[in-house]
Every structure is written in structure tokens, then in C-alpha cells.
Design a protein around this ligand. Structure first.
Ligand code: NAP
Length: 255
């Protein structure tokens, strides 16, 4: 088997949260192009655009609308994924939100909303994934979407920084516990990407210019910029990569 064959995902099933737009959509398309069928979830009632792109890549797509602001739907997500595709090999925890306010004014609600979606539900999705991989005796891949704010403080986003720093931490702790089951748990830390999540700061001319000036690549990232990292971490090529948070940030963290 040549090295390029180790990046293939033929016959695999991937569960992707936040599948309908932004980075999650790009991950769905990338995994499908590499060979995987995709079970998407999101807050929205459907993910028609993502479905069309996955099917164009020649793979099957199934979807469940689920609100991950609580852990209640997680059992249903895995039951529906198993009903659609009989197995799960890859789980990408991508759904995430952000709330911005000065830390002196930050509310408990702004704290809980972000920590619930971006950290608590991610942990319990990982736990459900690991239980399924152990039951299948197959091993598996977990990819959590972290952030450069897993490494830095950020400005006016304390609950987001807390959650994303937590993601980097639990990605390591889960790798420590589950490597023995053939489960690889890694994360991708995107830099500043063009999605709805960054609409507000891109619309603020001064913030936009300050961010752009600091990105060594000289441009904002596009969702497709994380495609290669997602396929790599989901694939046999990354068999010995575990517990790591890989920045895909145009060089931002190195500066
Ligand atoms: P986005 O375009 O705003 O998409 C967010 C996704 O999360 C949507 O698919 C949304 O579902 C889903 N979601 C939000 N709340 C949910 C809930 N309560 N239950 C279920 N799904 C929910 O953002 P994005 O930029 O693609 O972000 C994807 C991930 O990358 C997030 O974890 C974000 O923190 C991270 N990230 C983004 C950047 C960036 O620069 N954009 C940088 C670093 C990290 P619906 O579409 O159904 O509403």
C-alpha cells in the first residue's frame, strides 16, 4: 500500500456535528471525497447544501437536527447514525458558538451557552463515540474542532477561550485513556476563517485590518483550508498521531 492509499476513507462512516455550514460543511465534503459516508447533525432542520455536496462526491448523507446546548440528544444522534450506516468510524465535534462581551460585563448566560455547546457536549459526544468504537472492537477516530484560543487568551470571548482551552486538554486526556482501544483523539485548531462565526469581527474594519495584518499567510482562511487536516487525522495515515491539537492558522500561532 502506497502512502497516498493510507489517506483513503473508503467504507468508513463519519459523524459530523455542525454539518450544515462553515467548517463543518467543508469537513463533510472532504471526508466524503476521501471515501466516507457522512452522518451530519446541526441545529437547523436540514442541511440540504451539505447533502448535495456529499452526494456529488459519490457518498451517502444522512442528517438529524439536534440541539447540542444539552447532552440529551447525543444518544439519539448515535442511534440514528447506526440506523443509517450500521457503524461509526470517525466523529468530528465541530458545532460551536461564540459570545462576545467585555469580561467585566460577561453574563452567566453567555458563559453557560458557550461552555455547554463547545465543551460539555463535546466531551459527552466523545464518550459516546468511544463507547461505540469499543463495542465495535474497531477503534476509531475523534477529531475535535479547537481554536487558536486553545493556545491564546483572545479578547472579549472568555467563555469561548475557556471552552477551547478545555478542548485541547480533554483531547489529550481522552487520548491517554483510549489509545489502548485503538482510538485516536486529536483536534484541529483553525485560525481566523471566513464563516458566520467571524462575521462580526470581519465587519469591524479596524478589527479586520488588525487581524489580517497579523496573519503571516496574509489572508483569512477559507473553510476548505481545514479539509486536508481533517482527512489526515481521520485516516490510517495518522495512526500514530494521538492527543495532538493541530493548528491550521496561516502561521498565526508562530508569530
Ligand atoms: P458557523 O458557520 O457559525 O457554524 C456553526 C455550526 O455549529 C453550525 O453548523 C451550527 O448548526 C452548529 N451549532 C451551533 N449551535 C448549535 C447547537 N446548539 N446545537 C447543534 N449545532 C449547533 O461556525 P464555524 O466557523 O464553521 O465554526 C465551526 C467550529 O469551528 C466551531 O467549533 C468554532 O468555534 C470553530 N472555529 C471557528 C473559527 C473561525 O474562524 N470561523 C476559528 C476557530 C475555531 P446550524 O447550521 O444548524 O445552525
Amino acid at each position: 500500500m502506497g502512502v497516498l492509499d493510507t489517506f483513503k476513507l473508503d467504507g468508513k462512516t463519519a459523524v459530523v456535528t455542525g454539518a450544515g455550514r462553515g467548517l463543518g460543511q467543508a469537513v463533510c465534503v472532504a471526508l466524503a471525497e476521501a471515501g466516507a459516508n457522512v452522518f451530519g447533525t446541526g441545529f437547523a432542520p436540514d442541511a440540504a447544501a451539505t447533502r448535495a455536496l456529499v452526494e456529488k462526491a459519490g457518498r451517502r448523507f444522512a442528517y438529524l437536527s439536534a440541539d447540542l446546548s444539552s447532552i440529551e440528544p447525543i444518544e439519539k444522534i448515535f442511534a440514528a447514525a447506526l440506523e443509517a450506516f450500521s457503524r461509526v468510524d470517525i466523529v468530528v465535534n465541530n458545532a460551536g458558538i461564540i459570545r462576545r462581551a467585555d469580561s467585566v460585563d460577561f453574563s452567566e448566560e453567555q458563559w453557560d451557552e458557550v461552555v455547554n455547546v463547545n465543551l460539555k457536549s463535546v466531551f459527552f459526544m466523545c464518550q459516546a463515540a468511544a463507547r461505540q468504537f469499543i463495542a465495535q472492537k474497531s477503534g476509531g477516530r475523534i477529531i475535535n474542532i479547537a481554536s487558536v484560543l486553545s493556545f491564546q487568551g483572545g479578547i472579549r470571548v472568555p467563555s469561548y477561550t475557556a471552552a477551547k482551552s478545555g478542548i485541547k486538554g480533554i483531547t489529550m486526556s481522552m487520548a491517554n485513556e483510549w489509545a489502548k482501544f485503538g482510538i485516536n483523539t486529536n483536534a484541529i485548531a483553525p485560525g481566523y476563517m471566513v464563516t458566520d462565526n467571524t462575521e462580526a469581527i470581519r465587519a469591524d474594519a479596524a478589527r479586520n485590518a488588525a487581524i489580517l495584518e497579523r496573519i503571516p499567510a496574509g489572508r483569512w482562511g477559507e473553510p476548505g483550508d481545514i479539509a486536508g487536516a481533517a482527512v489526515f487525522l481521520a485516516s490510517p495515515a495518522a495512526a500514530y498521531v494521538n492527543g495532538y491539537t493541530l493548528a491550521v492558522d496561516g502561521g498565526w500561532l508562530g508569530r
